[in-house]
Design a protein around this ligand. Sequence first.
Ligand code: PLP
Length: 385
Amino acid sequence: MTSPATYYFDNNATTQVAPEVLDAMLPFLRDLWGNPSSTYAFGRQLAAHLDDARARVAALLNAEPREIVFTSCGTESTNSALHSALATQPGKRHLLTTAVEHSATLKCCALLQKHGCDVTFLPVSPDGALDLALLEKSIRPDTAIVSVMWANNETGLLFPVRDIAAICRRRRVLFHTDAVQTPGKLKIDVRDLDPDLLSLSAHKLHAPKGIGLLYLKRGVKYQPHIAGGGQERGRRGGTENVPYIVAFGRAAELALERLSYENTHVRALRDRLEAGILQSIPGSARNGPPEPRLPNTSNIAFEGVEAEGILMLLDQAGICASSGSACTTGSLDPSHVLTAMGCTAARARGSLRFSLGIYNTEPDVDYLLAHLPPIIARLRASSPG
Ligand code: PLP
C-alpha cells in the first residue's frame, strides 16, 4: 500500500530532515555512540566531532565556536537567556518584550511574572511593526533584558533587530533575539547585528527535533539554566547529544549554501502561491505588509470561514498548513499575533499560514491552488451566516 502524497506547506512548524543531514548523523547513532567526556579513545574521539559541528554552526552565525551553547531546543534557549539575565543581575526584575513573540518567550515571561517579575509586552501596529521610540522609552533602570524576535513565525514579518540591539547597547541593557525562524532564510551575522544572546532551533533547518543553541556573546555574564556536569564549558549540563549536534552542524552548512535558493526559488513559489490565492478567492487578504518578511511565509485571511474547517478539508487532500492558532481543549483561540495587529477575532480565526521550504515544487503550488478555492467556496456555501 502506498501512502497518499503529502503537500507540505508548514515549514515554519518543522522541516523535513535533509538526506545529507541524516547521512551525517547516522554513524553517530550506529557506531560512534560513546560519551565525549570519557577518558578512553572510543568516547574521547567524539570531542573532535563536537568541535567540528560547533565550528559549522558558529559559521552560520559568523560567531566564534566558544560563543555557541548547545541546548535541547529553541524554547530552552530562550528560557535560559531570560533566566540568566535575571540571575546575573539580582537587582533587576523587569523584562521588556513584545506581544507577538512565540510562546517560548510569552509563557516564560508569564511564569516569571508569577514569581514577582514585571514584564512589559510592547504592542505592534496593524502592519505588525514596533514603535522603537516606545521600546526605548520602556527601558527602565531595572530592565534585566530586552527580548524581541527577529522573524515572526506566524506572519513572517521581521523586526529591525539590528536597530534594537543598538538601542540596547546605548542603554546598557542586555538584548536577546529569538532568531528561530531565520536560518537559511536570512543572512545571520552576529558581528553586524550585535545581540548579546540569540536562540536557534535545528528542526527549523532540516535537522531533527531536540537540538538547539544559544549564542552567547563573548564576555556576557551567564548563569546556566540547566545545572549538571561541566559540558558546554559549564554553561549547560547534560551529556552532549552528539548525533543531533553533528546533524545541526551539517544542516547549518546546508542552510548557508541554500540561502540564495530560499531567497529566489522559494520566494518566487511563495509569491506565486500568495498571488494565486488572492486572485482566485474573493474575500481573501494577506495579513500584514508584503515586506519586510521572510521569503517563505504567507499568512492569509479568508472572510466568512473558520481556519479549522479549511485545515480539515486541506488535510483530506494531503495538504499540510497551519492556522497559527493555539489549539486548547478543542477550541481554537484566535492567534495572539493577528489579534495584536488589530485583526478582529473573526478575521484571526479565518486565517491560515502557508510556509514553504526548499523541497516545495511548482506542482505543489499548482495542487494547492487547484484545491483551496473549491474548499473555501464549499465552506462558505455551508456556513449559516
Ligand atoms: N521561537 C519561534 C519563533 C518558533 O517558531 C519556535 C518553534 O515553533 C520556537 C521559538 C520554539 O522552538 P522549539 O520548537 O525548538 O522549542
